[in-house]
Design a protein around this ligand. Sequence first.
Ligand code: NAP
Length: 345
Amino acid sequence: MGEEISNKQVILNNIVKTSVKESDMSLRTSKIQLKIPSGCDGAVLVKNLYLSIDPFIINRMRPLEGYYIASYTLDSPISGYGVSKVLDSTHPNFKTGELVWGFTGWEEYSLIKDPILLFKAPDKDLPLSYYTGILGMPGMTAYAGFFEVCSPKKGETVYVSSASGAIGQLVGQFAKTAGCYVVGSAGSKEKVDLLKNKFGFDEAFNYKEEQDYNVALKRYFPDGIDIYFDNVGGKMLEAVLSNMRLHGRVALCGMISQYSLEQHEGIHNLFNHLITKRIRMEGFFVSNYYDLYPKFLEMVVPLIKEEKITYIEDIAEGIESAPRALVGLYSGRNVGKQVVVVARE
Ligand code: NAP
């Protein structure tokens, strides 16, 4: 028998129908053995270091038909992306002492029985927390969504919503490296300043201060938008469709403006704007692009090291802070990638 120690966990208390509250989650202390139980082949036991707080988590707090991933079980720890250290392994790909990122639990220690979404975190020169963001799932999402789905060309006009967030800040910077004109929107003056002064967007605006999104978009794109990287959906998506150029591309990455609504808003202008202008609108999941991860790292690591690309994180300390950090995503409290530190290495 291995040593049994206490394991703080964040569990889901009830199904979340509309907006998520901190009281929908609670902290529990259970026990775990720091050794993989016998008969558990192909498993990895990890100490969790950083949790990635992601908008999709609310969608798993309710039954969702046709969703790509299972809903959470009540009274069980929430799961999501994180960065961890391997304490024990019966899996041939992972060794004790290695640092990994991928699917884990919102708890101090996790027994990952089937580590299908677990990658090594090899680069020791960059902050380890980057594997929750620029070097992890959000980085891959920005890369796949922008380069693979949108097929950008030099000189094209690009619009990014939720542009200062984990994914948006990278899409904007990738668009600049591709020689595009890029405009971002975000929900505060602080975020708009970051877009223009830190991430190098050509223009940026606070969507919360705009009465009419259509007017705002015409101000920044008098000749229309070639590429829209959509993180928010809803009314913004509808306004963007009216401003697309012929043969434009819309990458549907996420729709955070809809996640807390029981009735989702509809889009009404598809004939006029998609058919007549022959727009390609494509939803995508990062999970279908992980075979490109090595190629992505080859591109992004030198860009970070040469300081051609930058990344902002919003770090919350302690596993206790995870519920508050999650709730903050849906009101825009996070500035940059929301990370929770469970333990430092
Ligand atoms: P994020 O932008 O770092 O954080 C969420 C941000 O959303 C908030 O800071 C807030 O910024 C904005 N927001 C919240 N409520 C909003 C509303 N009602 N209307 C407009 N904006 C709102 O999150 P992220 O991790 O980069 O994710 C961005 C999007 O990508 C999400 O929709 C997510 O679900 C999606 N996603 C998709 C994939 C995929 O594979 N397709 C993978 C990961 C994430 P403001 O202050 O600017 O409002």
